[in-house]
Design a protein around this ligand. Structure first.
Ligand code: ADP
Ligand code: MG
Length: 246
């Protein structure tokens, strides 16, 4: 295996929810260090795509490989995959009765059995990195939404993932807090983290994405570098979508 091989490869992926064909022959590969922004109308399958990549959702057909291996279905291999593919959701899902620091330390200790002292040090430096170190001993409810989402990013990073998936990480935030979360994501992108980001923040897509992928009705309709995509979308569906959000 060489490091030039893509980190994430989806080939002809199909997914049904009952009769609903929510992913239709989706093929996509994400290189190491690449930042792919996924956009598209509500219901187009963006969340399902993300969830399929760390196997929160089993697929109905096609294949997905991560770091050269087919996604494991269960057991220790699946737990390892989930730790290698961090996920940040719209709702931060922090544990309310644990401190910020405990929230960040939990995964490495519980899932990976790491020693608490080493994890604490890493967790504190991650909290530093997302600008929350001063709040380490507080509880989630004492933090703003933007701060909580930055903690959720630190928590994902604590597992030392090979890739991070973001599913509309700023959609639940008050507008004045969106920037602080996007700033953290932009620095991660610059530092070379492999990222798949579902977002409606086109400023982020322009600034941080290597590639924009446009989905509609379960299909990957087109993909291009952000400058090219925003300047000259090719499909009518992408043109229509952009005309509504820009
Ligand atoms: P997006 O994130 O682009 O809004 P989703 O991936 O959430 O789209 O959903 C794609 C389609 O699949 C939608 O029609 C949605 O209603 C449907 N869907 C998503 N999750 C489920 C589920 N667990 N059961 C049934 N239908 C679902
Ligand atoms: Mg969604």
């Amino acid at each position: 295996m060489t490091t030039s091989e893509p980190l994430i490869v989806l080939e002809g992926v199909n997914k049904y929810f009952g009769p609903l064909h929510v992913l239709q022959d989706v093929s996509l590969s994400v290189d190491r260090g690449e930042v792919v922004v996924v956009i598209g109308p509500s219901g187009s399958g963006k969340s399902t795509l993300c969830r399929a990549i760390n196997r929160l959702e089993p697929i109905s057909g096609g294949s997905i490989t991560f770091d050269g291996q087919p996604l494991p279905a269960e057991g220790k291999a699946l737990a390892r995959l989930r730790s290698e593919v961090g996920m940040v959701f719209q709702s931060f899902n922090l544990f309310a009765h644990k401190t910020i620091l405990q929230n960040v330390m939990l995964g490495p200790i519980k899932v990976r059995g790491e020693k608490s002292a080493a994890v604490r040090e890493r967790a504190m430096s991650l909290l530093e990195r997302v600008g929350i170190a001063a709040q380490a001993e507080k509880y989630p409810a004492q933090l703003s939404g933007g701060q909580q989402q930055r903690v959720a990013i630190a928590r994902a990073l604590a597992m030392q993932p090979k890739a991070l998936l973001f599913d509309e990480p700023t959609s639940a935030l008050d507008p004045e807090m969106v920037g602080e979360v996007l700033d953290v994501m932009t620095s991660l992108a610059r530092e070379g983290m492999t990222m798949v980001v579902v977002t409606h923040e086109m400023g982020f897509a322009r600034a941080a994405a290597d590639r924009v992928v446009f989905m509609a009705d379960g299909q990957l309709v087109e993909q291009a570098a952000p400058a090219e995509f925003f300047a000259s979308p090719k499909s009518d569906r992408a043109k229509d979508f952009l005309s509504k959000i820009l």
